[in-house]
Design a protein around this ligand. Structure first.
Ligand SMILES: Nc1ncnc2c1ncn2[C@@H]1O[C@H](COP(=O)(O)OP(=O)(O)O)[C@@H](O)[C@H]1O
Ligand SMILES: [Mg+2]
Length: 254
């Protein structure tokens, strides 16, 4: 099934929030998702109740060659599967960045270990463009790009587009992507301006769904919860249902 990297070079745009809530919803629907936390800050692992004391039990061990991906899978507090991160992952670039096929290693591991045979795989990226985020993008069938609708949104989207084009130049194929607006505030003219500009520039690659600025989405991680267990009736929960439905309808989850 689909491997989806959630990526934007900008921090604080809703990558982790989107990964968390899509994974939670997929799990509720019986899809048995696997999440790979590619961010050395390990925010998602922390929200899921998993803090690995030593990097040997994190994705780092896969890169340092001591572990298979399968051996690193843990269960989140909501019951879905996650390969946790650890701060040591920030050393992967300097320690292993020059190794042969390093950028394909994650995808090769996922495929070799049949991790996406029966389930979708979601990868939460760090904002930096390095070995980890590039590995996620190269492994992905779809790159989902959250765009927080603040005043730097368009600049961030253009930066992402430049990055993906540069990659495509090397890969000789198009990277499938969808932009999704997050923290959308209908009362702000700026949000609607960004909506219009994104759709003008990126057309059908912009999701119809906009994730609203929503207090339940914002506060659920502090309770180690996703929005569906914290506030299932909230606007934020409804928006993530719409997003998943939209991705499903366009065949992005297959
Ligand atoms: N739809 C939303 N409504 C309100 N707050 C949000 C929403 N999405 C994300 N946030 C908040 O924005 C901040 C950044 O989100 P996060 O998912 O951690 O971004 P990233 O992973 O891109 O750095 C967090 O405090 C998060 O709770
Ligand atoms: Mg994050």
């Amino acid at each position: 099934m689909a491997k989806i990297a959630i990526f934007n070079q900008k921090g604080g745009v809703g990558k982790t929030t989107t990964t968390l809530n899509l994974a939670a919803l997929l799990a509720r629907r019986g899809a048995d998702p696997l999440v790979i936390d590619l961010d050395p800050q390990a925010h998602l692992s922390g929200i899921c109740g998993i803090t690995v004391p030593r990097s040997e039990r994190s994705l780092y061990a896969f890169y340092s060659s001591t572990q298979s991906l399968t051996g690193l899978i843990q269960e989140s507090n909501a019951g879905w599967k996650i390969i946790p991160s650890h701060l040591d992952l920030s050393k992967v670039d300097t320690q292993y960045g020059k190794g042969p096929n390093i950028l394909n290693r994650l995808n090769a591991g996922i495929v070799r270990e049949n991790l996406n045979t029966d389930r979708p795989v979601l990868m939460d990226s760090c904002p930096m463009l390095g070995v980890l985020s590039l590995s996620g993008i190269l492994a992905a069938d779809l790159v989902l790009i959250p765009i927080s609708t603040d005043y730097l949104a368009i600049r961030g989207a253009l930066q992402m587009e430049r990055t993906l084009r540069a990659l495509e130049h090397v890969l000789k194929e198009r990277v499938q992507r969808r932009y999704v607006m997050t923290r959308f505030d209908t009362r702000r003219k700026m949000s609607w301006d960004i909506d219009r500009q994104l759709r003008e520039r990126f057309g059908a690659e912009v999701c119809e769904t906009r994730i609203a600025e929503n207090v339940s989405v914002a506060e659920s991680p502090s309770l180690s919860k996703d929005v569906f267990s914290h506030a299932p009736e909230s606007r934020g929960a409804q928006d993530y249902v719409s997003l998943l439905t939209e991705l499903d309808a366009c065949g992005c989850l297959k």
